[in-house]
Ligand binder design. Sequence first.
Ligand code: ADP
Ligand code: ZN
Length: 436
Amino acid sequence: MEKYWNESMECATHNEMRSLQSFRLSQTVRRVYENVKPYREKMDAAGVKPEDIKSVDDLYKLPFTMKQDLRDNYPYGLFAVPMEEVVRLHASSGTTGKQIVVGYTENDLEVWKECCARALTAAGATKHDFMHVSYGYGLFTGGFGIHNGAEKVGMTVIPVSTGNTKRQINIIKDFGSTFLCCTPSYALYLAETMEEMGITKDDIKLKGGLFGAEPWTEEMRQEIQNKLGIKAMDIYGLTEVIGPGVAFECCEQNGMHINEDHFIVETIDPDTGEVLPEGSQGEIVFTCITKEAFPVIRYRTRDIGVLKREKCSCGRNLVKMMKPKGRTDDMLIIRGVNVFPSQIESVLLQLGNTAPYYQLIVDRVNNTDTLEIQVELSPEMFSDTVKSLEDSEKLIKSAIDSTLGISASIRLVEPKTIPRVEGKAVRVIDNRRKKQ
Ligand code: ADP
Ligand code: ZN
């Protein structure tokens, strides 16, 4: 039977959850209106008063918060408590520009631990397990977030952080790690290094892992599960909202339950800002309803996803977000066709005739967008004949063309030439940006 960390919240009925959310929302809105000038100014400009927000149904009246608002009020302009109540700072990893900083009160850290403890429990982890954390420790939320959640569950936490991949493998083997947390790309790199060291999945005790911080496909999940001999679960979060643990997968491995008692989620049309019905693909928007130091209101994540509210076989009633495709910032527009790197990953891994490492080089030549997909040869393929390599290239090209409707040039590169990463993978090199 599926175990829960907090059954009353995870399995509350939709109506119970909505009334809790409504209460918490109205309180949060009142608090930020009183304590945070930029929120007050935005609400005043929109003609909304705290008393207009009585329930979740009123959420749409509130103005959105964008990454730019966080940058404009850097570093502490959006904090809703005096600094003496803030016990921790984190910052976004700055993947898409100037970093932003967020703060936590003692209670916010408790909320965060709770969210991660739910995710870990849903992944099957208990106090008998050993948690190997390879997320970076520091301003990035990954390391500390999972670390504290795992301690709360009572797991034996091994705070390895990033770096020295061979040493990581030895630790997994010697310390008997049963769970692993890192980015999916690093999980793959660990598997590859393990193979090089002549260590097989039978030599280690890993049985599960929680992977997030970047988009990854179902095909990538299969790769990781097969190579490490584990059940690979997805976990989602972002610094602006709290860090990892905003949403997590259950035994179904089909969508991530959102911790709705702490975060209200909406999907909107990214162009018009219009709220979309649950089930339509759109930009994911979160409102924090329990955080004290840094409660974002209608924060536009720029992540594109789909929400599903249906009876889940795990017993949880929390709404699910399906695997996000990626951020609108990462979406490539190639000769007018929109593609996410994750869609290309899916095609490449489904064909399965190369190694699971790729990079996309985008450029503009004679006013026309070009896309080159560099894919690594697997060591076995490397010794193939020129003819069979050409055939592989053709196969990939036609699969990309027919599935995504874009024409790309394919370049098969030697094994181990695409850079391996310890954190988030860099999938796209867009040379058009340099030319602007
Ligand atoms: P940065 O914005 O600098 O990359 P964060 O570490 O806060 O800093 O990144 C959060 C972002 O990472 C999310 O908005 C989302 O785009 C991505 N992300 C996190 N977890 C997942 C996941 N499980 N699947 C897909 N994308 C994810
Ligand atoms: Zn479920």
